[in-house]
Design a protein around this ligand. Structure first.
Ligand SMILES: *Cc1c(COP(=O)(O)O)cnc(C)c1O
Length: 361
């Protein structure tokens, strides 16, 4: 019973303490979780009805090709249905890409810190990991280009980057793509795409025509509010997707998730409202930070990384936890003096500010 040696160096995903345990331990009635960038406004009302309908046929396997969802997303994005691959969350598309392209003789290039699943899956495939430190929260694209060699199989760009919220501009992405060798797969993870307001954020889909090595990742987990159902997707050239398709499990997305995603997609008003409220919430956070000696990166996502120069992330996390607010300590994310906080409802944000300001006083 010998597991692959690379598994010995990995730790399984460490879930936060169960909410019920936190309540009991600290004698709290209410817990607000601003730790995983879920949508604090929930999800579209249209989703519940379609889920109820699907319940009558959960004894039947889902459509492994997700044809109906595929057509809906294709139409929404103005791409061919064959330019899409669906996953049990975009996490699974990351896994599929790693299974398809990485092996012990290959290497993969990514930012540090960034979304941990790129590295996690790449390590399992035995690939060599090349991490290039962020500059001011942004990808060091020149550094990443220099890290690429003839054995590089995948480069990961997370934009806006989790956990910093900093994005890659259109100009920088174009320049990067024009210099990456065309046998290297470039994955652009746009999990927070819907939230972005920056005007020079690239229209990455329009780049697919000239860059057959480009894969764009999107998800229904964040702005669409379906994190609990697990559905995300990749957009790429037909040829690339055809070649990785054998690495996908035949029934990898459930019929509940597929139906919910179709309904969620049809309610852009819900998404637009969430995006607007998120933007207002971010402004609340910026003002709070400016007034309380906290520094931060301007975020294009629904979260903010905020730094204090004396308190550690763990200390801020613990203080907030004991008062019913769960955030992510930056310690585990590569920023020991920061916390990453999901932008909540206006009410949640206000209470969060009250608690944190009492600590910082
Ligand atoms: C949340 C997140 C994902 C994962 O999304 P799922 O579709 O829920 O698997 C992917 N990438 C980034 C950067 C994220 O923050």
């Amino acid at each position: 019973m010998e597991v692959k040696k690379q598994l010995l160096n990995l730790t399984p995903y460490k879930p936060g303490k169960p909410i019920e345990d936190v309540k009991r331990e600290y004698g709290l009635e209410k817990i607000v979780k601003l730790a995983s960038n879920e949508n604090p406004f929930g999800f579209s009302n249209k989703v519940k009805d379609v889920l109820q309908k699907q319940m009558d046929s959960i004894n039947i396997y889902p459509d492994g090709y997700a044809a109906e969802l595929r057509n809906a997303v294709a139409e929404h994005l103005k791409v061919s249905p064959r330019q899409l691959i669906f996953g049990n969350g975009s996490d699974e598309v990351v896994q599929i890409l790693c299974r398809a392209y990485l092996s012990p003789s290959k290497n993969t290039v990514m930012a540090k810190p960034t979304f941990p699943q790129y590295k996690h899956n790449a390590v399992i495939e035995g690939a060599d990991i090349r991490e290039v430190t962020l500059i001011e929260g942004a990808h060091d694209l020149e550094g990443m280009l220099s890290a690429i060699d003839e054995n590089t199989a995948i480069v990961w760009l997370c934009t806006p980057n989790n956990p910093t919220g900093v994005y890659i501009s259109e100009e920088d992405l174009l320049s990067f793509l024009s210099r990456v060798p065309n046998n290297v797969v470039v994955v652009v993870d746009e999990a927070y795409f819907e939230y972005v307001v920056a005007e020079d954020y690239p229209d990455s889909i329009s780049l697919l025509a000239n860059h057959p090595n480009l894969v764009i990742l999107r998800t229904f987990s964040k702005a669409y509010g379906l994190a609990g159902l697990r559905i995300g997707y990749g957009i790429a050239s037909e040829q690339l997707l055809q070649s990785i398709e054998p690495a996908r499990e035949p029934f990898n997305t459930s019929k509940l998730a597929q139906a919910a995603a179709i309904a969620a997609l049809s309610d852009q008003a819900f998404v637009n409202e969430s995006v607007l409220l998120n933007h207002e919430g971010l402004e609340q956070f910026y003002r709070f930070c400016d007034q309380h000696n906290l520094t931060y990166y301007q975020s294009q996502g629904n979260f903010i990384l905020m730094f204090h120069n004396s308190f550690t992330g763990d200390e801020m996390f613990q203080y907030l936890l004991e008062r019913g607010y769960i955030v992510r300590s930056g310690n585990a994310l590569g920023f020991p003096h920061a916390i990453r906080v999901t932008v909540g409802t206006a009410e949640q944000n206000k209470q969060f500010f009250e608690i944190l300001s009492s600590m910082l006083k």
